[in-house]
Design a protein around this ligand. Sequence first.
Ligand code: NAD
Ligand code: UDP
Length: 311
Amino acid sequence: MKKRILVTGGAGFIGSHLCKKLLEEGNEVLCLDNYFTGSKKNILPLITNPYFEVIRHDIMNPYYAEVDEIYNLACPASPIHYQFDPIRTINTSVMGAINVLGLANRVKAKVLQASTSEVYGDPQVHPQPESYWGHVNPIGLRSCYDEGKRCAETIFMDYHRQYKVKIKIIRIFNTYGPNMHPQDGRVISNFIVQALQGKDITIYGTGRQTRSFQYIDDLIEGMTRMMATGEDFIGPINLGNPKEFTMLELAEMVLRLTNSKSKIVFYPLPSDDPTQRKPDISFARKELSWEPTIKLEDGLKETIRYFRNIL
Ligand code: NAD
Ligand code: UDP
């Protein structure tokens, strides 16, 4: 059945892929964005679809529309972007959550929150299951994002308990792919752009810190499966690829796949940078019959092709 679906942050990296998939499934999609980090270019191929609507709006302010489902993605996601205006970042998370939940409550829509592995902070439990409460610095440079997202989860749970709003919470681990902003400072876009331009590959710290990288198509599949679950299933649920890499391994793989002669150079580690991150996805395997299918090397090849085209 055709649904009317609101995607906040729809012009961003993840949002643009999600809008495309929801349209392909035959839905009507409302893409809401203030273009802080997103771009009209990401959604340009969708504009001619009569079931696609674009709304310039800041989710810190209430928005009204008759919709069946809401995916709440509006929030800068890369450390450079979310630290640019930290007050705005935390406001976007908190006021954004209140505004989409108010809307969902009024129109009886299902609403999914794009939370993050950052709620686990610099984790002391490894890999991270959903039951882990995290190890987060509440007053550091990353707190505007981490604590904003943690608070948004609280607000979602309380709207559910108090007003019976139909909610879903996913915790997304590092995701990459086409439509990433070339200057957003995240490690995969940085390394690929540097390698393609013959510039130094900048590793922060020793490069022995780990992350687990998920290709965008795997995430979109997990997100839509989560939205399709019954009302009683709310999460939070981890969506990520459990294969773990050091930043040194990632740099070497990018250099090999791009045939680049760039040198690796080392810079200081930013404060509160987590030393390790890897999702425990047993819950998603069991409840969504989902697990990532795209290997890092294959996803990187697609992403490199994208960056070669746009640079
Ligand atoms: P992105 O920066 O590409 O997309 C965010 C989008 O939200 C952009 O289009 C931006 O313009 C828009 N936006 C920001 N503030 C807004 C506001 N106040 N009102 C309206 N629109 C606003 O980032 P992304 O990687 O696509 O991330 C999307 C969501 O997924 C974010 O909520 C992020 O926290 C979450 N997430 C992403 C990752 C990842 O690895 N990419 C990991 C964990 C969680
Ligand atoms: N990083 C790096 N070089 C870069 C950008 C990032 O070594 O040019 C490191 C960063 O310090 C972190 C990891 O790569 O340890 C992932 O960083 P990213 O910003 O992509 O995501 P997050 O830290 O939010 O997981």
